[in-house]
Design a protein around this ligand. Sequence first.
Ligand SMILES: Cc1cc2nc3c(=O)[nH]c(=O)nc-3n(C[C@H](O)[C@H](O)[C@H](O)COP(=O)(O)OP(=O)(O)OC[C@H]3O[C@@H](n4cnc5c(N)ncnc54)[C@H](O)[C@@H]3O)c2cc1C
Length: 428
Amino acid sequence: MKDDAQNTTSVWMATADTPSEPRLTEDIRTDVCIVGAGIAGMTTAYLLAREGRAVVVLDDGAIGGGMTGRTTAHLTNAFDDRYVEMERLHGEEGSRFIAESHTAAIDRIEEIITRETIDCGFERVDGFLFVPPGESTSVLDDELAASRRAGLRVELVDRAPIDTFNTGPALRFSEQAQFHLPVERYAEILGKLKPFFIHHPESKTHVKAVLTDLGCDPEKTHFDVPKMRSSTSDNYLTTGIAYAWHPHRDTWYSAPPNQINWWIPIYDFQSDNAMAFHPQYWNQKVQNDSKGYNYYEANKSYRGAVLTQYVKSDPRPLPKPTVPVALDPQIRLICPAGGLILFSGAQLHSSVPNTSGKTRFSIDFRVVNVDDVAAKRGAPVVDEECTGTTLRDFLRVTDLSRIPDDIVALYDSGTPSDGVLIYQHQSE
Ligand SMILES: Cc1cc2nc3c(=O)[nH]c(=O)nc-3n(C[C@H](O)[C@H](O)[C@H](O)COP(=O)(O)OP(=O)(O)OC[C@H]3O[C@@H](n4cnc5c(N)ncnc54)[C@H](O)[C@@H]3O)c2cc1C
């Protein structure tokens, strides 16, 4: 298509400095010759050149002077010709393939921008699809279903977020980054982000402020470092650094029975990406394999960077129920971003399988009152058989001192000689 012969001038054509290359005046030899210096030709040339091929690109006009120069620069997998139509022409599998290829193309563009540090304002944003004023919105319902069958995360919303114009119902192609990012890369990012948050001195300062604000006695209250957690949707990552928790009590993992868990969502969440509590087991035994778990061994072998490697499976010996657990009745507590859920660490709880299309991000930390610990006051100990104790991790609000050894000793039921009593991140 000879678009450079057309009369339209896009914003890019009016404002960008396009490099111009000299005319080819002699015969040359090359591995590959590409005709057309639009996005397709230039991307192909770039990728081949990176593979070590000699490439020549020919164009009878300017680089990007065709359709590419006229794009609105909207990268989307909300396919222009619609997934309903793609399904009709190519079937469900073909439609899925088209969605995947568009998604992969956006990833590839992002990857090139990152690698070449191209300053072009690339951003991941929600995309909205709505019908022109006065037209039936029923096409949106059909497109919603077809887009989902093609594997995309799409939802119907009341209107697109444009203040000056009411679009009416719209499809939101949302938060696509999670699904576009290779899971290994997601684990790698999280592997840096989580420890950075957990071990940052500011994190402790904020926890101390929250505890003091809410009336905890700073002399008696001890906390452990706040952990950032994520729970991804649709089985994207459920192991290692983003573990989806089976029903468990923290006390199967060497937590003391007097521990209160403080849990804060970073973004709003909903019932299909929440936590579930199973309070019927509060003082009812659940057969489990916590007997094999020792906290000091876990500190030694299963903490830190190693977690990012567990992308497909998780080899950690994490105590689990060894009999079927009745998940119902269950309680899912919902609070807004920045709200708080407090619960006993001995309460049986689990991750709700996340089908929301959204990753849940949260912060949690654990708190004990040293008088409770010393007096051995706490939740009933019904089925815990693990050894070791997490009590050495707790820091006093006033001075970050640790719980005295004689009190910790009341709970310390096993210390293998080669275990690690207190896990130290490399930055500490
Ligand atoms: C107004 C507009 C808005 C758009 N907005 C978007 C958008 O938001 N998002 C999106 O994804 N897509 C958008 N598109 C579509 C997108 O721009 C094109 O799909 C894409 O640029 C096509 O790239 P290309 O490399 O295949 O073609 P082109 O960019 O047209 O490149 C072809 C090149 O080949 C050269 N050429 C052709 N014939 C010869 C020949 N015989 N000898 C030598 N050279 C030759 C031409 O000069 C041209 O430079 C838009 C298109 C238009 C027109």
